[in-house]
Ligand binder design. Structure first.
Ligand SMILES: Cc1cc2nc3c(=O)[nH]c(=O)nc-3n(C[C@H](O)[C@H](O)[C@H](O)COP(=O)(O)OP(=O)(O)OC[C@H]3O[C@@H](n4cnc5c(N)ncnc54)[C@H](O)[C@@H]3O)c2cc1C
Length: 202
């Protein structure tokens, strides 16, 4: 069995993957199409993605279709994910970063879980040689390109073939668990508050 369900991996699926990732909610917002004046006022010259240097980073991109896409960390719990507060936080960030777009319509808003590993490193492993279970996950927010590579490597392992870099820890060690697992969400809440303060005073 190859497990590739990232932040959506249920703790009940398999003991080998249970609680090995901390699912973190991230979101993304799309503005309406920008006018030429707005594009000029924002100084958008390229469609290369950008990120700021905050602790709770915003990542954004001026898209070829002339919309701004921007996102950041979101709710702590899945139950709170639809809370309009999280959309509002991103809308306020748009106004701060791009004053010409303050109050702009944002017709599209999405959110989802990311698979954050406890040491921020992914793993592509067969964690127990006695069990025919493989997993590729723990991309920690960087899985768009890496998961394509990881899935090829996991397929190679499942086929029983050797991979060149097999002695790297991402192939030779399982995802670490966390000694304070039941308190992780409390810790996340406290950390978000702390990061918010750091981001405000910097
Ligand atoms: C809002 C947001 C923004 C992001 N931005 C970036 C970014 O800018 N750059 C970047 O590199 N990464 C980004 N990521 C992270 C990236 O999307 C993930 O790391 C990557 O998609 C993980 O790939 P994956 O194929 O392992 O898992 P996923 O893409 O999560 O796919 C898992 C699949 O498993 C399926 N699944 C779940 N449970 C089961 C089950 N029980 N049985 C069968 N199938 C199941 C799901 O339906 C899904 O299709 C972002 C994620 C989010 C949510």
């Amino acid at each position: 069995m190859g497990i590739a369900t990232a932040g959506y991996t249920s703790p009940n699926l398999n003991k080998l993957t249970a609680y090995r990732n901390m699912p973190i909610m991230a979101n993304s917002v799309w503005t309406r199409t920008l006018t030429d004046d707005e594009i000029e006022a924002c100084g958008f010259r390229s469609t290369i993605f950008m990120t700021d240097t905050r602790k709770l980073r915003y990542y954004y991109r001026f898209l070829p279709e002339k919309r701004l896409q921007i996102g950041s960390r979101s709710a702590i719990s899945g139950a709170d994910a639809q809370n309009p507060r999280h959309l509002q936080i991103v809308q306020e960030a748009i106004a701060r970063k791009f004053p010409a777009l303050a109050g702009i319509e944002t017709p599209f808003f999405s959110h989802g879980w990311m698979d954050i590993s406890h040491d921020m490193m992914p793993r592509i492993v067969q964690p127990d040689p006695k069990q025919s279970v493989f997993y590729a996950q723990g991309y920690s927010g960087n899985g768009v390109s890496f998961s394509a590579y990881a899935s090829k490597q996991m397929a190679t392992l499942i086929a029983g073939e050797k991979i060149k870099e097999a002695d790297l820890p991402i192939f030779s060690s399982p995802l670490p668990s966390h000694p304070l697992r039941p308190l992780r969400r409390l810790g996340q809440r406290a950390l978000y508050k702390y990061f918010q303060v750091l981001d405000t005073v910097r």
